[in-house]
Design a protein around this ligand. Sequence first.
Ligand SMILES: *Cc1c(COP(=O)(O)O)cnc(C)c1O
Length: 387
Amino acid sequence: MTSAIPLSFPDITDAEIQAVVRTLRSGRLSIGQEQEEFERLVALRAHRSYGIAVNSGTSALHLTLLALGIGPGDEVITPAFSFVASANCVEYVGAKPVFVDCDPRTLNMKTSEVDRKITEKTKAIIGVEVFGNPSGMDQLAALSTKYEIPLIEDACEALGGRVGNEPVGAFGRIAVFGFYPNKQITTGEGGMIVTDDDHIADICRSLRNHGRPSETMEAGSGMGSWLDHQQLGFNYRMSEIAAALGVAQMRRLDELIDARQTIAEAYTRRLMGNPELIIPSVEPNTHMSWFVYVVRLSDHFTPDDRDEIIAGLRRHELGTSNYFPPIPLMNYYRRKYGFGVDDFPIAHSVGGRTIALPFFSRMTEREVDLVCQTLELMMTRVRFVRD
Ligand SMILES: *Cc1c(COP(=O)(O)O)cnc(C)c1O
């Protein structure tokens, strides 16, 4: 008899519950001190001057591109292997996503290919720390400086990580976090923009709130009128309820990250001897903040084998997923730009063989063991049926 093990599970304690209840009782449910405190804590962690809380990581990316003035006719470099939001935001502003294939080890964008794809139309580079691995972000930052093209660090999967002494969120002109329930910390739904650029911070603060002049904008300043004339605002605000949850989670960030690290190490210990599996690798000098634990099947397995293994694990009530199908090969992008599998050979090959295993801070070693045992059983079964 097995009990269900989900793919992810948020780590909510009494501290979070009390923070939310306190906020509900306070009568102040939007634009208040919880938001301010949450922004302060995240900005501090990322060594940034400003944090701007919004209602999702995707909204944060959208505002970031608008604040940089990116629109039709512009190109934005973005990973082929990532969560779809890191490309969709480029479509929202009418610019063209220029996809870059991934490095087969780190799964992050190949820096050399980013360099090759920069043109005079390139207005930004979106760098993603895929699965929480920040390696290569320093190289993207160097490239961004060399060409004077702003780097947007999509750090939605990597809060709490580091490259050397530099925290995730400190690279590039702007960084963005997301707080969906499967991330390192959650606000239910939510996101945050962090930056040192006060002009960009002001624009983002205004755009999340219908384009109203933000509290820090001086009346009659040039920017106020720029917004009046050019900018359509949104309601991308985060509620005080969500922000209170975020504050309580931020206070536990190190505890949450350490717990995730322990689970990741248990998986690695258990699976590293299996020659048919490629397990996540962490580069020297980088401190990974584990978002998910994703293994790859060796090339003895086809994408159909992978899907069958996932189906088998799910039959055993083990939450698994195929993170990530390459974005340019998704229907919307394929139809619009006519990409084929040969355009992104690594993302295509990796994307056909990944399995995200159950991964959350409160997993037990026994659960890790059960997942690994079932995974290996399904791998054997698939090959036995086929051969
Ligand atoms: C989670 C995530 C986002 C933001 O997702 P939301 O659901 O909008 O909060 C953006 N980019 C990446 C790479 C992500 O993993």
